[in-house]
Unconditional design. Structure first.
Length: 671
C-alpha cells in the first residue's frame, strides 16, 4: 500500500455525477456554498482546495467528505493538526512527513524521547482545541528560496525542498513536493478579520479541508512507533504517531469496534490458544513452526489443492531449496528483487565453485524442466505445479505472524502455452482460483489488474507492444468474468502484468489472495521454445499462478475469517466425545472408533476434569461437534450433540449422528 497522499488520480467511486460548469469567475467555496458535505473539488483530474479561483468554462466536480478522496483529504488535514499540536507541546520537535494512509494518517517527528501513551492523550486534547478553533488552511505558492527561509529550522523539510520536481519514492514525500509549484499551507486563526494570525505552517502540496472545524470529533490518535526517515535504514530514526479520522463520531466508533473485532480474531492469538503454530527466536523471525493441530490444517490444505491441480491438468514436480545464483540473473529476478532475497552462500570451501542463493521463487527451475527436452505444440499447454518452499528476506518491521513471513510454501504453478492459447489458459486459471476460494468459504471478492507504470519503464522489461498485448489478454478475461475490476497502475511484476483476487473476509477486510501473471520475459531469457505445426521454433507464453499464494498466509487469513471456528472439514479435531461420567467412557470410545473408520478426526476426552470443565475446554478449542453421552443416551443407543454456539440436540441415534458428521465434512458445510 502506498502512503502517498492527495492529489490522487481520479477515483471513479468519488464521482458525484453532478459536475458544474463555471459561468462567471468564482471559487469552489462560492460554487458549493450550499453543499456542506463538499470539502474539495476535482478539476481536470486534479484535486484542488475549494478556495482556488475558477475561470468561466471550467468543469468542476465536487468531492464529498465521505468519498475515498474526501476521506484522504480529511485525514491529511488531521495529520497537519497533529503536527501543530506536537509543536505546541514540544517546540523543539522537527517535522518529517504526514500523509493519509488506509483508515487514517500518520506524522513523523524528530523528538528527544519517544512518545508515551500519556503523551498521545495530551495530544488528542490539543488537537481537539485546534479543531474547535476553526482554523483556516490557506495555500501559498512560494519559491525555493522563500521556502528555505521560512523553514530554516526544519532540516527534513529542507531536504524535501531539494526533491522538488518529483520524487520517485513511495514514502509520502509527494505530500510535500512534486512537479509544479512549491506550496506552503498556513493554519490561520481568525481568517478574514483584521486580527487574523498565522499560527502554524507546513510545506505541503495539499489540498486540505477549508477549516479544521470540518475534522469534527471523529479523530483519535492510536499509537506510536519508530520509523526511519523516508523508509531508509541509512537515515535517522524518527517517532511516528498514527491516528484515524472519520466524518463523524459514530463512524469513528464503528471503526474502533471493527478494530476490536479484528483484535479478537488475530490469528497469532487464536493460533496460540488453539496450539496451531509458534515462532521462536532460536529459529528466526518470520519462520513459523507448525504444531500437530496446525499441521493437520496445513496438510488438509495441501491435500486439497494438490488434488485440485491434478484434476485441472497439472503435473506435480519438485525443485531444490537452493540454486546457483546465476539462475536468478537468467530469469531477471536478481536485478529487480535482489533486496528481498537472502544473501548469497559461497560454497567454494566445499569444492563447488560459485555462489548459491536460497530459492525466492520457483519459476526459473520450472523453466529448466520445460527446456529439458524438445517440446511440440501438440503438448501445449504444459502445466507444472509444486509446493515450493521459498525464502524472502522481509524487513523485520513488516514480518507479521503467518501473513508476512520469511519462509513460505507456495502452491505455485506455471503454464506454458502458445500465444493463441493464452486467453483460454488465463480464464482457466482464474476460474480455478475462484473455485478454491469459494470452497474455503471466501466468496466476496473483486479483481485487480496490475499494469506497468509508463513513467518508470526502467523498472520493467519488454517492449511497449509486449506489455500492451499481455495487458489486453488479462483485461479481456477479467472483464468477461463479470467481477468488479479495479486498476492498479504500476503494480505489475517487472516481467509482465497480473490479475490478483482481492477477497473480503467475515468483517469486511480486504486481502490479496491468488494471482495470475502473464510473462513474456522468462521464456525469452531461458530460450524456451516449442516446434509449431509448420515446423518452426516458437517461443511459448509463460503464465504464473498461485491459488493460495502462500499456504502460511492463506491459513492466517482463514483463522481470522473464521475466528478459529473452522468448518468441520478443516478443523484439526472434528469431533470431541465427552462422557458425562467415567462409566460412559467405553461407549463413546466405540463411537469415536466408528467415526475414525470413516475418516473423521475424533477424540475422546478421558481426562480427570469434571464434565463442565471438559465442555468449556471443547468450546475453547473450537471443536465443531461435541458428542455427549450419559445414561439415557447409552440406553437409547444415542448421543447428544453440543454445537459451538452453545445449543444442544439430545437423543440422536449413533448411526444418524455419524452420517451427519460425515456428510458435513464431505460437503464442506460451514458449521
Amino acid at each position: 500500500m502506498s502512503d502517498v497522499a492527495s492529489p490522487m488520480p481520479p477515483n471513479p467511486d468519488d464521482a458525484d455525477q453532478d459536475t458544474v460548469t463555471v459561468q462567471t469567475p468564482t471559487t469552489g467555496t462560492e460554487l458549493f456554498a450550499d453543499r456542506k458535505d463538499v470539502v474539495v473539488m476535482r478539476v481536470a483530474g486534479e484535486l484542488l482546495d475549494l478556495s482556488r479561483d475558477l475561470a468561466p468554462g471550467t468543469v468542476v466536480e465536487p468531492v464529498t467528505i465521505g468519498s475515498p478522496d474526501g476521506l484522504a483529504v480529511l485525514r491529511h488535514s488531521a495529520a497537519h493538526v497533529l503536527a501543530q499540536a506536537v509543536q505546541q507541546v514540544n517546540p523543539d520537535a522537527k517535522l518529517g512527513i504526514g500523509p493519509p494512509v488506509t483508515d487514517g494518517f500518520y506524522y513523523d517527528f524528530d523528538v528527544a524521547t519517544p512518545f508515551t501513551p500519556e503523551d498521545l492523550k495530551s495530544l488528542d486534547k490539543a488537537m481537539a482545541r485546534i479543531i474547535r478553533e476553526g482554523q483556516t488552511f490557506r495555500r501559498r505558492v512560494v519559491t525555493e528560496d522563500e521556502a528555505r527561509a521560512e523553514l530554516a529550522d526544519e532540516p527534513y523539510k529542507l531536504e524535501l525542498i531539494g526533491l522538488k520536481g518529483g520524487s520517485s519514492d513511495d514514502d509520502g514525500s509527494s505530500v510535500e513536493v512534486g512537479a509544479g509549484e512549491l506550496t506552503i499551507y498556513d493554519n490561520v486563526r481568525g481568517a478574514g478579520r483584521e486580527s487574523e494570525t498565522v499560527v502554524w505552517k507546513d510545506l505541503c502540496r495539499g489540498p486540505h479541508l477549508p477549516s479544521t472545524k470540518l475534522i469534527g470529533n471523529g479523530v483519535q490518535l492510536m499509537r506510536n512507533a519508530a520509523a526511519y526517515w523516508r523508509g531508509s535504514e541509512k537515515n535517522p530514526m524518527l517517532q511516528r504517531v498514527y491516528g484515524t479520522a472519520w466524518p463523524s463520531k459514530d463512524e469513528l466508533k464503528a471503526y474502533l469496534e471493527r478494530l476490536a473485532e479484528a483484535e479478537r480474531r488475530d490469528h497469532r492469538r487464536i493460533g496460540a490458544e488453539m496450539d496451531l503454530f509458534s515462532f521462536h527466536d532460536e529459529v528466526g523471525s518470520g519462520l513459523p513452526l507448525f504444531h500437530p493441530k496446525g499441521g493437520v490444517i496445513k496438510r488438509v490444505m495441501e491435500d486439497y489443492v494438490r488434488q485440485r491441480h491434478i484434476e485441472e491438468g497439472f503435473s506435480y514436480v519438485g525443485t531444490p531449496h537452493i540454486t546457483k545464483e546465476e539462475l536468478f540473473y537468467t530469469s531477471g529476478h536478481l536485478p529487480y528483487y535482489g533486496d528481498t532475497m537472502f544473501p548469497a552462500l559461497d560454497l567454494e570451501d566445499v569444492g563447488d565453485h560459485g555462489r548459491y542463493r536460497l530459492k525466492a521463487m520457483n519459476c526459473p527451475m520450472h523453466n529448466l524442466i520445460f527446456s529439458s527436452r524438445g517440446r511440440s505444440y501438440r503438448e501445449l499447454p504444459i502445466r507444472l505445479f509444486e509446493f515450493g518452499s521459498v525464502y524472502r528476506y522481509e524487513k523485520s518491521g513488516v514480518v507479521q505472524g503467518l501473513t508476512r513471513v520469511r519462509g513460505l510454501t507456495q502452491d505455485d504453478s506455471h503454464s506454458y502455452v502458445t500465444p493463441e492459447q493464452a486467453p483460454a489458459e488465463v480464464k482457466h486459471l482464474l476460474d480455478f482460483m475462484l473455485s478454491v476460494l469459494r470452497d474455503f468459504g471466501l466468496d466476496d471478492f473483486y479483481l485487480e489488474l496490475s499494469t506497468r507504470d509508463d513513467k518508470k519503464t526502467d523498472k520493467f522489461v519488454g517492449t511497449d507492444e509486449d506489455w500492451a498485448k499481455a495487458t489486453a489478454v488479462l483485461e479481456e478475461v477479467a472483464v468477461s468474468s463479470g467481477l468488479e475490476l479495479v486498476a492498479d497502475p504500476g503494480g505489475a511484476a517487472f516481467y509482465g502484468p497480473k490479475i490478483s483476487v482481492q477477497t473480503k473476509d467475515a468483517i469486511g477486510r480486504t486481502w490479496q489472495m491468488g494471482t495470475v501473471q502473464y510473462d513474456f520475459n522468462q521464456p525469452q531469457g531461458f530460450g524456451l521454445e516449442y516446434t509449431a505445426a509448420d515446423g518452426t521454433k516458437q517461443q511459448p507464453v509463460m503464465i504464473h499462478s498461485a491459488k493460495f499464494g502462500s499456504i502460511e498466509r492463506f491459513m492466517g487469513v482463514l483463522i481470522e475469517h473464521y475466528a478459529g471456528l473452522f468448518p468441520a472439514w478443516l478443523a484439526p479435531v472434528q469431533v470431541l466425545a465427552v462422557p458425562v461420567a467415567e462409566a460412559f467412557d467405553d461407549y463413546l470410545k466405540d463411537v469415536v472408533a466408528q467415526l475414525a473408520a470413516r475418516g473423521i478426526r475424533a477424540e475422546t476426552d478421558l481426562s480427570d476434569d469434571r464434565f463442565g470443565k471438559k465442555i468449556r475446554n471443547a468450546s475453547k478449542e473450537k471443536v465443531p461437534f461435541v458428542l455427549i453421552a450419559g445414561g439415557d443416551d447409552v440406553e437409547a443407543g444415542a448421543v447428544s450433540f453440543r454445537f459451538r454456539d452453545g445449543t444442544q440436540e439430545n437423543g440422536v441415534p449413533v448411526a444418524d449422528a455419524i452420517e451427519r458428521i460425515v456428510a458435513a465434512v464431505r460437503d464442506r458445510a460451514q458449521v
